[in-house]
Design a protein around this ligand. Structure first.
Ligand SMILES: Cc1cc2nc3c(=O)[nH]c(=O)nc-3n(C[C@H](O)[C@H](O)[C@H](O)COP(=O)(O)OP(=O)(O)OC[C@H]3O[C@@H](n4cnc5c(N)ncnc54)[C@H](O)[C@@H]3O)c2cc1C
Length: 304
């Protein structure tokens, strides 16, 4: 069997591809495994990535990163279906091909947005009808009429963020569920004139490629932009099987070097608790890759 890799990076989104680039440039034996479903691919055009003042679509970010990495001849394979401890390192089982041994594993497996349950609305994000990230594109929503779908602390926080930062006309829609919040949050929403609507949506209208109205029982709400704030499902199955700690929302907990509670298992990007942003994931990746490099055994002929 071949010598173990210095590092296996699981996930080929912005975080994983950045980690692999750093490790390749540290001249480490690294491989990327990617199942090909990055959240980044949903971004129509991002305007908060430094160096791209005119905006850059998510698929182009990924294509540029892949092209950059290809110059270092880093192998890229498909999905990893299982990860187990082997000695002080790991053995990963890919969907196809032989098992892979690695001294370190970096999980950059990302997260999936919880889709709102709206009538007749397939592929809402792909078609740009629903937005997910006010930190990303709230600036483009300024002074518009905004609706936010959510029924818990996250929905209330996103509605408040938009009302405080960008717009005076913000409505929080719970889609028929009772709003879960304490009196203090209810008072803050009222102070920022966020309207809370707890009735179910029975229909919607689309016009010019956007949702222009939601029909409630006996009322129609008109607005310009709809955000969903129902949270994320973190792709943590591989880490869970190894017993890695997660926070209350299910994201992986890491130390200041991006190591999980499992020795030699690192994590970066959306799968880690924090601000789910590309530059943040890239920052995580740079830290994790450098820690892995410094933790690795010296190369043959190199002094320790
Ligand atoms: C509509 C929308 C707009 C957004 N706009 C912006 C923006 O303007 N600016 C910004 O900074 N952020 C934006 N974001 C957030 C951004 O997309 C994420 O923060 C970013 O994609 C996270 O990168 P990541 O590498 O952690 O995860 P991802 O991009 O999700 O990549 C994770 C990869 O890991 C793979 N994977 C998972 N499990 C396995 C496995 N077992 N084996 C192999 N591979 C696996 C997945 O298939 C995927 O390819 C937006 C998100 C959405 C949905």
């Amino acid at each position: 069997m071949q010598d173990p890799l210095d590092a296996l990076v699981v996930g080929g989104g912005p975080a994983g591809l950045t980690a692999a680039l750093y490790l390749a440039r540290f001249r480490r034996r690294v491989m990327v495994a990617d199942a090909g479903q990055p959240r980044a691919a949903w971004i129509p055009a991002s305007h908060n990535i430094p160096f791209f003042a005119d905006g850059i679509p998510g698929p182009e970010i990924l294509a540029r990163q892949r092209e950059h990495l290809s110059r270092y001849r880093v192998p890229v394979i498909g999905r990893i279906v299982a990860l187990a401890r082997q000695g002080r390192g790991f053995v990963a089982t890919p969907e196809a091909g032989p098992p892979i041994r690695a001294r370190h594993v970096l999980l950059a497996t990302g997260a999936v947005d919880v889709e709102p349950d709206l009538p007749d609305l397939p592929d809402a994000v792909r078609r740009g009808l629903v937005r997910y990230c006010p930190v990303c594109d709230g600036f483009e929503s300024r002074d518009r009429r905004i609706a936010v779908i959510g029924h818990g602390a996250q929905g209330a926080a996103e509605a408040l963020f938009l009302a405080r930062s960008y717009a005076e006309d913000v409505t929080l829609l719970t889609l028929g569920r009772p709003m879960e919040m304490d009196d203090a949050m209810r008072a803050r929403l009222a102070r920022h004139r966020v309207r809370v609507v707890e009735r179910p949506v029975v229909g919607l209208d689309e016009r010019d490629g956007r949702i222009s109205a939601l029909r409630l029982d006996g009322e129609e709400l008109r607005f310009d932009i709809l955000y969903s704030a129902l949270g994320l499902r973190y792709r943590t199955q591989l880490a869970e099987a190894l017993g890695a700690d997660r926070d209350a929302k299910g994201a992986l907990r890491v130390d200041e070097g991006m190591q999980t509670s499992v020795p030699c298992l690192y994590a970066a990007g959306d799968v880690v608790a924090g601000l789910d942003q590309i530059v943040v994931g890239m920052g995580h990746a740079a830290i994790a890759a450098t820690r892995i490099h410094n933790a690795c055994a010296p190369r043959t002929g190199e002094e320790g």
